[in-house]
Design a protein around this ligand. Structure first.
Ligand SMILES: O=C1O[C@H](COP(=O)(O)O)[C@@H](O)[C@H](O)[C@H]1O
Length: 235
């Protein structure tokens, strides 16, 4: 397989949401047809929420669908910052299995990461799809610069999740995280990135052209990947 990064552009966020929801639905249907079930990782944050709301309207055999967050902020379940809480509100009523990767808040983010990695062993791998967002600082999932950056990018292939302390802490959610590792992300069957705004577009374009030498986590994650990557963008 070779790297194939394709950009998809839309006029506005509503069009982006329709397209992203349609693509995720297609992956889920194909996986259920092929293997009887689908396992996907979905980005947290705010950008993809309209796409998830559209996806939840799709007629799917939801009880065959397992969803994990691509990353989690280490906060109690139910907290406004909790990625899995947002996913659960949307997809649990449909019958999907939405799996928290950080079942309870803790001060020990490294242990939380090891527990999440252990939970991953219970899932069918590879993921059928990994949906990622990108922050204005170039982070993706919760792969941030900081003391755990190298482990997130270059840790053992079998370590699919780990604990991360971003440095600097992102102002919109200044907490420790658990994230899929680069290895966990790039072993998915497909990668879908959903972003809005000119600033994030520029970050991603720069990151892709810089490749493995990029100062941006998204550049380091995408460098030399061997899976299809679709980047969906709207202003
Ligand atoms: O902190 C996070 O940020 C990114 C981007 O979020 P957005 O709100 O700017 O779309 C997100 O993809 C990630 O899952 C989340 O934990």
């Amino acid at each position: 397989m070779t790297t194939e990064i394709e950009w998809w552009e839309y006029d506005d966020a509503a069009e982006l949401a329709d397209a992203v929801a349609g693509d995720i639905q297609f992956v889920i249907e194909s996986a259920i047809d092929a293997r009887g079930s689908a396992v996907i990782a979905l980005a947290g944050g705010k950008t993809p929420l309209p796409a998830y709301a559209k996806l939840a309207q799709a007629k799917l055999d939801w009880k065959r669908v397992t969803i994990i967050p691509s990353d989690e902020r280490i906060v109690p379940l139910g907290d406004a910052l909790s990625n899995v809480t947002a996913l659960g509100k949307t997809f649990i009523p449909k019958g999907a299995r939405v799996m928290p990767i950080v079942p309870k808040a803790t001060d020990d983010y490294k242990t939380a990461g090891r527990s999440a990695d252990a939970l991953m062993q219970d899932l069918h791998w590879p993921l059928d799809l990994c949906v990622l967002g990108v922050g204005g600082d170039g982070h993706t999932a919760s792969i941030f610069t900081g003391p755990d950056y190298d482990e997130a990018l270059n840790g053992p292939r079998e370590r699919r999740a780990l604990g991360v302390m971003p440095d600097p802490l992102p102002p919109e959610a200044p907490v420790a995280r658990v994230t899929l590792s680069r290895a966990g992300i790039i072993t998915a069957r497909a990668l879908l990135i959903a972003v809005t705004g000119d600033a994030k577009r520029k970050v991603i374009e720069d990151a892709i052209s810089e490749g493995a030498g990029s100062p941006y986590p998204i550049g380091r994650v995408l460098a030399d990947v061997e899976l299809p990557v679709d980047i969906h963008w709207a202003p």
